[in-house]
Each structure stands twice: as structure tokens, then as C-alpha cells.
Ligand binder design. Structure first.
Ligand SMILES: Nc1ncnc2c1ncn2[C@@H]1O[C@H](COP(=O)(O)OP(=O)(O)O)[C@@H](O)[C@H]1O
Ligand SMILES: [Mg+2]
Length: 276
């Protein structure tokens, strides 16, 4: 139900490994990969050999894109208050997202049988997509006035709270960023350790790979093109990163695909829906 076919042979079960990190230099294909993940997530469960699934448990998509890349355009397709491209809106969206997560956790705890989880109830997932995480963090880190300092505090605290509580609620985060660890990037080790899927797009130095995957994972020596990358999935590959190609995106018709994928977006309707 919760499996995403990243390729024919690589399946990401979001209910087991809820959050993901995508790294890679500029123009390596991070944003495009995010867009195909969004199309797949929003139409879960998936069908064989097709980007779009049957949409019985449509993942609810929220997005933050302060660099105004293609992710920000989703504003045209998503309900209001789902996409942010300014600092103030980014904080509002994160607050709203964490709030919805708490409402769902309350609901599961108080109104469903003992031992239930969002996964066991067959609830749709909620995802917050943050493109250009380092740039976003920099905007919050650059705090001079008192108000800016309050915003910074809120942003990093809420991120932390989200990463700690999200699994049970099926509230995921996908972070895309050029480098996994930059001084003050705000990508705390807590976030690094919580993600169960790590992807590095495009060619990279061994140092860049090490920042993404840590010291223990070996990376095969292969030349990669735009839209190709190396991947690690918790519990799947222990020793070696796996080379893979992201779904090919034909820009001529992809917007129409996204339009179709994002029909079923509604906080109220899907927050408490139990498909099982
Ligand atoms: N999966 C893909 N299919 C087709 N073209 C791609 C794909 N990934 C990247 N590209 C091409 O590379 C360009 C840069 O990709 P993008 O995702 O914007 O990179 P990044 O977000 O890493 O800077 C895109 O505008 C597109 O032309
Ligand atoms: Mg990008």
C-alpha cells in the first residue's frame, strides 16, 4: 500500500522509512526527482509500470521552496496554504503541518482501537517537501532583530518536533539540499539520523558522498548523468550505495501528469480517513 517504485527493482516503503534526504550539486536533478516522488506519493497505492497510482490513499503534499524553483509552481495545483516561497509563509506551513500531525496523533490515541497506528489504519500519509534546505536554513539563521530570532527558534524547534513524532502519524519530510552538511546548514545530526532514504544525485566527490552517506557506505565508481544518482535505503543496502536513474520527466506533458496526481488534496477529508 505504501510502496513507491523508485525504479522497477528499488521500492521505498514510506510507512517503514518515512523521511528522505536528497543531495546533489546544482542541476543534478534533485527538484525533478522530487516532482516524480510527489506524483507517486499523491496517487498511492501505486500501479505496476506507471507513475500514477489509484489514489485510494492520496498523500497530502505541503511544500517549501524559498528559491522559487519548479516546486513553488505547485501552488497553482494545491489548495491554499500548502506552498510557501517566502520566509513568513514557510514558518506558517511548518506550524500548520506540525499542528495537523498532532491532531492526527490525538485522533489515533483517543478514537481508534488500542495499538493502532496510521499505517495499521491505512491512513493517507502527509508530506512536507523542502527544496533547497540549506538556503532555507540560511534565511532563518540570518536573525538580527528580536522577531527574527523568535522565528529562527520556532523554525528549528518545529523541525525537530516533526522529526521526532512523525513516524507513527505517517507525516514525512523530504529534504533536498546541495550539501548534506554545511556549517550552519541546520541539518542537525538528529535529522540526518531520522531519514531512512538517502539519495545523492549526479556526479560527486568522495567528500560529498561521505557527507551524504557517512563513512561506512561504499560508493561504486560510476559516471552519473543528470537525473541519475546513488541511493541508500535503511535495511536494504548495508555496504554499497546503489546506482539508479530517477524516472525520466518529459517536460511537455509532466504538468498534466501533476495536475492529475494532485486532484485529491484536502486536509479535512484525509486527516482522519482510515482506509482499513
Ligand atoms: N529525471 C529527469 N528527467 C528529465 N530531465 C531531467 C531530469 N532530472 C533533471 N533533468 C534536467 O536537468 C535540469 C536540472 O534539474 P533540476 O532537478 O532542476 O536540478 P537541481 O534541482 O538539482 O538543481 C532540468 O531542468 C531538466 O532539464
Ligand atoms: Mg532544484
Amino acid at each position: 500500500m505504501y510502496e513507491l517504485n523508485i525504479t522497477k527493482s528499488i521500492k521505498w516503503n514510506i510507512a517503514d522509512h518515512i523521511s528522505a534526504l536528497i543531495t546533489g550539486s546544482r542541476n543534478s536533478g534533485k527538484t525533478f526527482f522530487l516532482l516524480s516522488l510527489i506524483a507517486m506519493l499523491a496517487t498511492l497505492p501505486q500501479k505496476q509500470n506507471s507513475l500514477l497510482g489509484t489514489s485510494m490513499i492520496p498523500t497530502q503534499i505541503f511544500a517549501i521552496d524559498l528559491k522559487n524553483s519548479d516546486i513553488a509552481r505547485l501552488e497553482q495545483l494545491l489548495p491554499v496554504n500548502r506552498v510557501a516561497h517566502t520566509k513568513n509563509d514557510a514558518l506558517k506551513i511548518l506550524e500548520r503541518f506540525v499542528n495537523l500531525m498532532k491532531q492526527r496523533l490525538d485522533f489515533i490515541q483517543n478514537e481508534t482501537p488500542f495499538g493502532s497506528t496510521a499505517k495499521s489504519l491505512g491512513m493517507p500519509a502527509f508530506y512536507l517537501i523542502i527544496d533547497e534546505w540549506s538556503a532555507t536554513s540560511a534565511v532563518f539563521n540570518d536573525a538580527v532583530t528580536k522577531e527574527e530570532k523568535v522565528q529562527k527558534f520556532k523554525w528549528f524547534n518545529l523541525m525537530h518536533e516533526l522529526m521526532m513524532l512523525n513516524r507513527q502519524a505517517l507525516f514525512g519530510v523530504i529534504i533536498a539540499t546541495q550539501q548534506a552538511t554545511v556549517v550552519n546548514s541546520g541539518l542537525s545530526t538528529a535529522i540526518q539520523e531520522e531519514v531512512g532514504l538517502k539519495v545523492h544525485m549526479g556526479n560527486a566527490t568522495s567528500e560529498a558522498y561521505r557527507l551524504t552517506f557517512g563513512n561506512d557506505l561504499k560508493v561504486p565508481n560510476e559516471r552519473l548523468d543528470v537525473g541519475e544518482g546513488m541511493l541508500w535505503l535503511e535495511g536494504i543496502n548495508y555496504d554499497w550505495a546503489i546506482p539508479f536513474a530517477a524516472p525520466y520527466i518529459d517536460t511537455k506533458n509532466f504538468w498534466r501528469i501533476l495536475e492529475k496526481a494532485l486532484i485529491y488534496q484536502d486536509n479535512l477529508k484525509y486527516l482522519k480517513l482510515c482506509a482499513k
